[in-house]
Design a protein. Structure first.
Length: 175
């Protein structure tokens, strides 16, 4: 009987140790966050045109299996036709349309925008629903050059994994 109790006690202890180990493994985040650009009213979209003096509406859904951390937006010129695409269909679109993408011949400085944003702690889903103003002139008083630009969004989760999405857009001066 004493031997049976020892075996049962040992089995219970091993079971507790094994189950604790499995829980720890489930808590490890190994997935990258996602940027969902297919929601109703999503913006921006590839090939969209915006104008200096107005704003770019931004509506995208960010998701993560464990916890989101932050996101950033970067807008920069694409006058040299470089690519950030990680999706095959976007890359094909870029090459098909390349001859139509250009600096519109407008004089001025290339517009640049970079901003980091925090996401409330504990969030696994976060809807970005904001606007980014596009000033007509730079700080030195020159009008910004219209043409092809990239709108890039990067999302990072609490575990440090990140993913980005790049949109090819046009930003023009109003005539």
């Amino acid at each position: 009987m004493k031997k049976l109790l020892t075996i049962i006690a040992s089995a219970l202890i091993m079971s507790a140790i094994t189950s604790c180990g499995n829980d720890d493994k489930e808590d490890i985040d190994t997935e990258k966050p996602q940027i969902i650009a297919t929601i109703d009213g999503a913006s921006p979209a590839n090939a969209a045109t915006f104008y200096f003096g107005e704003s770019i509406p931004v509506k995208l859904l960010l998701t993560d299996n464990a916890e989101l951390g932050s996101f950033s937006v970067n807008i920069h010129n694409n006058f040299d036709h470089h690519s950030h695409s990680t999706e095959e269909e976007e890359e094909e679109h870029h090459h098909e349309e390349e001859e139509h993408h250009h600096h519109d011949g407008e004089e001025g400085d290339a517009f640049q925008f970079t901003q980091d944003y925090t996401i409330p702690a504990g969030s696994t889903n976060f809807l970005i629903d904001t606007t980014i103003p596009l000033p007509v002139k730079s700080d030195d008083g020159d009008e910004y050059a219209g043409g092809d630009y990239h709108f890039m969004i990067t999302v990072t989760d609490k575990a440090g994994f990140s993913t980005f999405k790049a949109f090819e857009i046009k930003i023009l001066q109003k005539e």
